[in-house]
Design a protein around this ligand. Structure first.
Ligand SMILES: Cc1ncc(COP(=O)(O)O)c(C=O)c1O
Length: 422
């Protein structure tokens, strides 16, 4: 599409948007009494208006039924995680049995590493992206130490070429091939939190498997942002959080994917808890852990129903909108943002995120060459809720469920003005 730099054009795109009615399903925060331009769904997604109803229903059932709610509430708490499976499966391209809502992201990452990082004397190396989100780095580092290994000699970090900000798929594959005989695991952040790069999951997984390694992804910035085919792409495992594009609330329940070919293998080593035990005998409290088949066999604890209710509200909206439709709009929305930022023609910033649209999600990371924090503060005062990342990056993520082309236009205008005010 040939974009135009005008409000009239932005409004025309909004009128033509088949998903425009979805914005009304969300609470949009205000700044100084005015509706903000909220471009931070990559950090904390907005609250669906139905969240209150879903959570309130659980509070009512708890008040009315007490412990009996485990069986007799309208969505029995005993099986609550099962209600999220269809929605999570649709977003991740997985069978319902391959996904499970549980814990928090970093906890799930540790649980997956316990199972899928099984270093031997000869095969122990891990390939990860340099500058991965800190929690992922710490998780890897601590797991490596747990096996008595030295992280510096074990974790190989993928770096973009000099002068580039994105990793080339061919470079990732070459690194995998180079270390093939020693490689135990490839783990990458699917959409990179800082650069916004979306990696080629299929090709990376294929290369990792050819090398004889396990391959996992952190979907924190991917789930609800871009569609996935985790089952078909043969990914071994994945983890995610629920509070970003998944709109399930601050610190809410996270999730994990385990490919069927592993998930049905009850002999795989894992950390265990009673909720992962064969549910037919869970309450018999017998000695000897027997994991459930499927991703459910990695659960530790009983399900957090209140955050889970918030997740159900959100998943219902995703099911109505469809992740493929959302992606279609997202490509246009983020493409329009890119077009307008480029129109500013200033040397005081550059877009870090790749211009290849199939290699990015909603987010554009804007690297500020000078006075970045000042510009960020100016746009914040003007009603934009964006995100500042040290040392010099403003991340903006127009989200197709609730952001508009007009907002993209207004943001670019505010951003242009801020360049002059700084
Ligand atoms: C890529 C990535 N990994 C891990 C985390 C940490 O998640 P949690 O605190 O939910 O474990 C985040 C949080 O934003 C993240 O973006």
């Amino acid at each position: 599409m040939k974009f135009q730099n005008s409000l009239a054009f932005a409004k025309q795109l909004d009128r033509a948007d088949a998903l425009k009615s979805f914005r009304a399903k969300f609470h949009i925060p205000k700044v100084k009494g005015k509706t903000s331009i909220y471009f931070t769904g990559n950090s904390l997604g907005l609250q669906p208006k139905t969240t209150k109803k879903y959570v309130t229903e659980e509070l009512e059932d708890w008040a009315k039924l007490g412990v009996e709610g485990h069986i007799h509430s309208r969505r029995p708490w005993l099986y609550y995680h099962k209600f999220t499976k269809k929605g999570l499966g649709a977003l991740t391209g997985a069978k319902p049995s391959e996904v499970v809502a549980m814990n928090h992201l970093t906890v799930n990452l540790h649980l997956m590493l316990v199972t899928f990082y099984r270093p031997t004397k000869t095969r122990f190396k891990i390939i990860a992206e340099k500058g991965a989100f800190s929690s992922d780095q710490y998780a890897l580092e601590s797991q490596v130490k747990l096996h008595g290994l030295n992280p510096d000699e074990t974790i190989i970090e993928l770096k973009p070429r000099n002068g580039e900000h994105s990793l080339r798929t061919e470079d990732i594959i070459t690194t995998i091939e180079k270390h093939a005989s020693e490689l135990a695991l490839v783990i990458i952040g699917c959409v990179q939190y800082y650069s916004g790069q979306l990696f080629n999951i299929k090709k990376i997984t294929e290369a990792g498997h050819q090398a004889g390694a396990m391959v996992g992804f952190d979907l924190a910035h991917g789930i609800g942002n871009v569609p996935f085919n985790l089952h078909k792409d043969n990914v071994d495992f994945a983890v995610w959080c629920g509070y970003k594009y998944l709109n399930s609330g601050p610190g809410t329940v996270a999730g994990a994917f385990v490919h069927e070919r592993h998930a049905t293998n009850v002999d795989l080593p894992r950390f265990a808890g009673w909720w992962g035990h064969n549910e037919q005998e869970r309450f018999q409290m017998k000695k000897g852990f027997k994991p459930m088949s499927g991703a459910d066999g990695w659960q530790l604890s009983n399900f957090p129903v209140l955050p889970g209710a918030a997740q159900l509200a959100s998943l219902e909206i995703f099911q109505q909108a469809g992740i493929k439709n959302l992606r279609k709009k997202s490509l246009l929305l983020t493409g329009y943002l890119e077009f307008l930022l480029k129109e500013i023609k200033s040397d005081s910033f550059q877009i870090l995120t790749t211009n290849k649209k199939e290699e990015r999600g909603c987010q554009l990371s804007v690297y500020m060459n000078k006075s970045g924090k000042k510009v960020f503060d100016i746009i914040t005062k003007a009603g934009v809720i964006a995100d500042w990342r040290e040392p010099n990056v403003i991340r903006v993520a127009p989200v197709p469920l609730y952001n508009t082309f007009e907002e993209v236009f207004r943001l670019a205008k505010i951003f242009k003005k801020a360049q002059k005010q700084r």
